[in-house]
Structure formats: structure tokens, C-alpha cells
Write a protein that binds this ligand. Structure first.
Ligand SMILES: O=C(CO)[C@H](O)[C@H](O)COP(=O)(O)O
Length: 227
């Protein structure tokens, strides 16, 4: 096996796109999923919202099950819910490939991460914009993904919070050589993706921007990190 690429002493992982299905046109879902497949998309990001942890409500286990039956693209499920420990089993049964839970959503973070991994699913932690990265220092060996929010969780179409760039750099340094994806979510477009990539993020959730033109904007995002 070839050695992982190193830059500035850090491992560089492949860039991956995870379009947020929250921004899809549900009336055209089959067609849009086909376009995502044709564009060789890496993950589909599914936001689960409970109306408590965030105001909005969106997508539950039944919707994830339906999506799973429609595509081979792995499902990257972001739980924006209180008491995630109560729902991990049903989300896993529905077919999630990655489950991320918010650091702010439960006092039982580590037990949730173990529950997810025990199902053979990748486990991740999400930090809202106001949550310091130091809070995940003791979780690093239990993580496959760290998701940093670049908007307040719960809504699409918000303003990009530039403070995430420093946070990504700090998280990248904390992660070191561990095999952990660093994902960023919120207002990712052809301009905001590059500073996040350069800071060390490798998975990008894009909603409004990507679904404005799946094929074209997928290419633009991929090109933007290389320019
Ligand atoms: O997690 C989310 C909201 O909490 C969405 O995934 C996110 O907002 C993506 O949409 P956009 O790219 O339009 O900001």
C-alpha cells in the first residue's frame, strides 16, 4: 500500500463532497439522486432535526430507509437532536453509513460514539460554531469524523462564519496522523471551500449552492480546491 501524502507534516486526505439533501427539490428527488450518482458524489448528507435541539424538523429513520433503497451513495447522517442515544439504533437500522452527534446534545457523548461504532457504522462528533475544539480532546480515539459547523445548525442559506477556518486548523493539528475525516457544513460554495480545504478539512457539505446546479457546481467545487 502506498504511503499517505504528507504536507507540512500532516496527512492530506482526499477531498469528498457530501451534498445536503435538506436543500434538494423533494419533488425531483429521484432525478437529483441520479445526478449525484452521475457526478460521483462521495456521501449524501442527511440532516435529522427534532424541533428542540434546532427549531426546524426534518428527516427521520423512515426517510433514511427510503433514501437507502434509492442509491448506493453512503449516507452521512447528521443528528441535530436532543438525546441522540435514544435514536441511534433506529437510524442505524435505517441504513446510515456515518452518524454524527452534536457535542452539545447529550451528556453521554462517548457512550453514543461507542453505540454507533458497535453497529459497524462510522462515528462522528459535531461542533456548533460556539463550541470550542478543546472539548473533543479526549474523544479523538473514538472518532471517524469531526464535523465543524460554519453556520448555526438548523437552517440552510445562512452567512458563512469565517471563524471556522482557524477551528479547522486547530482540529487538524489535534487529529495528527489519526484516520479522521474533517467535515465542514454551512454555506460551502466555490469561494468558501478553498480556505476550509487549505486549513485541513477534507469533506464538504454543500446545500443551496450545490443543488442550484448539481453537475456544474460539483465540478466547480472540485476545481476550486485545486486552483
Ligand atoms: O446542516 C445544515 C443546516 O444546519 C445544512 O446541511 C447546511 O446548512 C447546508 O446548507 P447550505 O450549504 O445551504 O448552508
Amino acid at each position: 500500500m502506498s504511503e499517505p501524502i504528507k504536507e507540512r507534516g500532516m496527512t492530506v486526505k482526499d477531498m469528498k463532497l457530501s451534498p445536503s439533501i435538506f436543500a434538494a427539490d423533494l419533488g425531483e428527488l429521484k432525478k437529483q439522486i441520479k445526478e449525484l450518482e452521475d457526478s460521483n458524489i462521495d456521501f449524501i448528507h442527511v440532516d435529522v432535526m427534532d424541533g428542540h435541539f434546532v427549531e426546524r424538523m426534518a428527516f427521520g429513520a423512515d426517510h433514511i430507509k427510503a433514501l437507502k433503497s434509492m442509491t448506493h451513495i453512503p449516507l452521512d447522517v447528521h443528528l441535530m437532536i436532543e438525546h441522540p442515544e435514544l435514536h441511534i439504533e433506529s437510524i442505524a437500522d435505517a441504513g446510515a453509513d456515518i452518524i454524527t452527534i452534536h457535542q452539545e446534545s447529550t451528556a453521554r457523548v462517548l457512550s453514543c460514539l461507542h453505540k454507533i461504532r458497535n453497529r459497524g457504522i462510522k462515528a462522528g462528533i459535531v461542533l456548533s460554531p460556539g463550541t470550542p475544539e478543546e472539548t473533543i480532546k479526549y474523544l479523538l480515539d473514538d472518532l471517524d469524523m469531526i464535523l465543524l459547523m460554519s453556520v448555526n445548525p438548523g437552517e440552510g442559506g445562512q452567512h458563512f462564519l469565517g471563524s471556522v477556518v482557524d477551528k479547522i486548523k486547530n482540529v487538524k493539528a489535534m487529529v495528527g496522523d489519526r484516520d479522521i475525516d474533517i467535515e465542514v457544513d454551512g454555506s460551502i460554495d466555490n469561494k468558501t471551500i478553498k480556505p476550509c480545504y487549505e486549513a485541513g478539512a477534507n469533506v464538504f457539505v454543500s446545500g443551496g449552492y450545490l443543488f442550484q446546479g448539481i453537475k456544474e457546481h460539483t465540478e466547480t467545487l472540485r476545481k476550486a480546491v485545486k486552483e
